[in-house]
Each structure stands twice: as C-alpha cells, then as structure tokens.
Design a protein around this ligand. Sequence first.
Ligand code: PLP
Length: 417
Amino acid sequence: MHHFHYQQDELYCEDVPIREIAGQVGTPFYLYSHATLKRHFLAFDKAFEGVRRLVCFSAKANSNMAILKLFADLGSGLDIVSGGELFRGLKAGFTPDRVVYSGVGKRVDEIDFALEQGILMFNVESLAELELINQRANALGKTASVAIRVNPDVDPKTHPYISTGLKENKFGIDTETALKAYKIAHEMDHVRVEGIDCHIGSQISEAGPFKDAMQNLMALVDLLADSGIKINCLDMGGGLGITYDAETPPQPDEYARAIVETAKARSLKLILEPGRVIVGNAGILVTRVLYRKPGKDKEFVIADAGMNDLLRPSLYKAFHAVQPVQQKDAGIITADLVGPICESGDFLASERDMADVTAGDLLAVMSAGAYAYTMSSNYCSRLKVPEVMVKGSEFLVVRERQQYEDLVRGESIPPFL
Ligand SMILES: *Cc1c(COP(=O)(O)O)cnc(C)c1O
C-alpha cells in the first residue's frame, strides 16, 4: 500500500531499493513514486465523482515535466501562478482550456501569453488587474474569462506564511469590493464573468475553514444573482493538508463532502486546485551523512543536503520525518540534522530523535514531494539536485543534476572589466 517501505531493513521506493538509486545517481536527490502520484490524483478526483468538476493540479507544488505529464494524462487541469508555469504546463501536454491562472502580480507579458493561448480562466486578484486584463484582451482581440479571487477572511489555522485568506493577507479581494469588481467586470467588453474563486491557505488540517469560506462565497453568489450576474463555476483553490508528523487532515472524500452539496445545489461547476495533497507524500529527499559532530550541548548530524535543497524546515520550521535508508540496531540519538550551508537556519530537522547514524549512511527526508524541489536554489553555488521517478522496478532520472557550468550559464564579464 505504502510505496516507501522497508523490506528486510532496507528502504524501498516501490520495487527499487533506494540504496541502489543512490549508488547510480549520487546524493542528494529527490525521489518520486509514480504509483503514489497516480493514486493520490485519482483518489482526489474520485472524491468529487458525480459533480461537474475540473481538478487543476497546482504547478508550484511540483512542476517537474514528468509529473505534469503524468497528471495531464490522467485528465488533470493546471493551476498556474506565472508565465513560466504556463510554458511548462503546455510543454508537458496540458491544453490551455484546462489552465487557470492565479497570483497577485501578473505582468503584461504573462497576461498576453495566457490570452494568446486561450486559458480557461484568470483568477483576478485586484481591480487594477481586472482593468489591465480587459485592456490587453481588447488589444489582442480576445475575450478573457475571469473569476474574482475573493478573500473570505477566514482563519485556515495553518502557519502564518501559508495562510492566504485572512483580511490582512495580500491575496484576493474582500467580499464588499468583490461585489463592486463583479459589477465592473460585467460591464466590460473584453471580459466574461465565469466564476468565483478563493484559496484560503495551505496545509489546512480541518474541514471547517473550507466550509466557512464556501458560505462567504455563496452569500456573494446570491447577491450577484440578484444583480443579474450569473456565476457558472466555483474555484475552491487548494490547501488540503497532509500528514508530515501527527496531523490528521480530512481525507479527500471528507473534504469533498464539505463542498459538493452546495456546489450542486447552485449547479456550479467545481474547480479544485490541489497541490500538496497530491504530491507531498509521493516524494522524498535522499541525503548522505557526511559527518557526526558532537557539540557541547548538542549533537549535529551533517548531511550533504541543506536548506537550498529543501527550504521548508528553515522557512516555516516545517517538520519532515527522517528515516534511515538502511535500518540498523544502533539505537536512537537526539540531534540536529543540518546541511553544509553557511547559515544557522540551515537545518532539515532540529532536536530530533533519530536513528543513530555514521558517516556514509543514507537518510530519507520524508514528505518532500511538494514545495521542495520547486523552492530549491543555487545558494552558495550549490548544484541543484536531480529528480528521479520510480515506476515498479524501473527508475529514471527525470531531471539531471546540475553541473558547475550550469552555475555560470548566462553570466558574462563586461568588456570594461
Ligand atoms: C499554492 C496554491 C494552490 C495549491 O495549494 P496546496 O496547499 O498545495 O493545495 C492552489 N491555488 C493557489 C491559488 C495557490 O496559490
């Protein structure tokens, strides 16, 4: 059932021993399970069976081309937040009519790209953006389908950095202004009002906030109907959480139950933008222990992966379980698992009870399929790590490890130096 599992004390991904992959590709690397990716997407989609819907995978969670292609083939749409993600999505096989575009800072060139391609819908985040989209659609001889991203002012009870639906957040338009925005949009010549949208945050571990957001949006849908503005689709965004440690988020079918009846009652087509819940637990980061460093107060385990490879612990104090690739009977230590980066915030796990390890041992940093590779950087001129996909007993490098030459590509030394 679980596709990262031990067989005779050795960690496997599906039918492949992880040690074997490490031997061939070196460390660190990201590793994804094809079976898990597929199962998670299909389970999510199936939870909404019987409802008109489009599940638009959120590209920023993981935008590797192989993963995007897999979802495109399973019938997914794509939720993008940049022109770059649109480019990737199209290249991976998504048709533009399955793409929704969110984000507070869409540039003119990005809006034009999306209009030229004919995407399904812009999720508009301000009045100024609405004006610009109308103008650009006019200039290009197109009509833009839009939803207004409403900020329903509900507390998603998650980390403040990934809460997006509170009135103090930069996202969306408050319900009062949204009403005005819809009336303006309704009068525009090059904009078609299609939907209503929200996205209240990420790693949400209860159904309540989704229900609250839904109610706020429905109140607005009813007000709009009174003004003769018909909403065809409801985009509920993403945000469903996963288990990193001991969280017990709703399963997709419980989440679906919180949403589906209301959508059906108003014959709204549903759009969903899941990211983390699909890919988060379908990937791991594999790293090798370089050194043990016993401190006066603390024990450090120094690994060859750091915050530039996996930023979440440093950025959000996020928890990622750490498991040995080879289980030994060596006991348990309490240590900080840190990387080679010159920052005290560079850690993968802090004050963690973990398997006793020695230099050379492989560790699996679990739940690293979402907001992991996509947030990685070249900080400290470290090479970005490869991504590997396992399917059954096969594995393939789906992104190569960078080489030193990649670090300076595009840089030039001016002649006046
Ligand atoms: C990031 C994001 C998502 C995906 O969020 P998850 O928590 O990964 O499901 C969906 N919609 C929008 C607008 C986003 O910004």
